[in-house]
Design a protein around this ligand. Sequence first.
Ligand code: R5P
Length: 299
Amino acid sequence: MKIFSGCSNKPLAEKVAKQLGREVSPLDIHIFPDGERRVRVLDSVVDEDTVVVQSCVPPVDTNYMELFFIVDALKRSGAKSVTAVIPYLGYQRQDHVFRSGEAVSLEVIVRTLESIGVGKIIVFDLHSIKTPELFRIPVSHLSALPLFAGKIREIGYIGEAVLVSPDMGGVRRVKLISEMLDNMPQAAIVKNRNLQTGEVTAEQVQGVLTRRAIIVDDMISSGATIFTAAALLKEKGVEEVVVFATHPVFSENAPTVLQDCLAEKVFVSDTIDVPEKKRFAKLEVLSVAKIIAEEIRKQ
Ligand code: R5P
């Protein structure tokens, strides 16, 4: 088996390869002055099972195109199979027609991955549990929640904290991690987002709060959800707020928003690479490499 990486999350690809006792195989990815990419496989992959790691984060279209070209290059070079590890599946929120006349962008991505010869997909904490149904090829929908549950145990929060969903859409996620933590108590915030301005507001919490709250979410983009949730929890008397979110999308000035928010600590996973310039003091990144390696070993 050979492991390849696109440009978006090489540190994760290297960690996965290390877990599997291998190195990331080289690719020649040349960027022309006009922005076009040319991908070339350097090692022989004839009759090999291959794995490509690529997080489809901003610049999302560029990262997808690069992934498509790597898969095509592997197939043309004789690879027996190609598994695409897409820890963050860009366009996942555009999974149906919200207003008439819209494209279903996720479906276009899914059909493209299938048609270029991807045999299997490995993804993490999808926004909708229905997304795997769109694929006609096998999908391993993995989660960072077991990793987060382990960290919560390690910190020693069991018995002292309440797990909180920052919005009603995340209640299922919080229920799942609660089950991993001996049914730790749960609560949920009633969040509103103004669809025109993007402004996030929250005034109400469903459930009983204690001294500590652990917010669990699938992703942090602008940071507005976490900022609002942490402020509300503190206002309701919580003394310590800790955040766990799988995907550090960190758009706009999210690092500043998160550093300034009232949460004491923010844990994310490395499904998306967080470059040095986006790191902040209260951030800790936990790696999903072992979980991916275990899944690949099953093949
Ligand atoms: C919302 O449904 C998601 O679970 C996240 O809470 C949301 O996407 C986070 O976005 P932001 O950081 O921009 O508030």
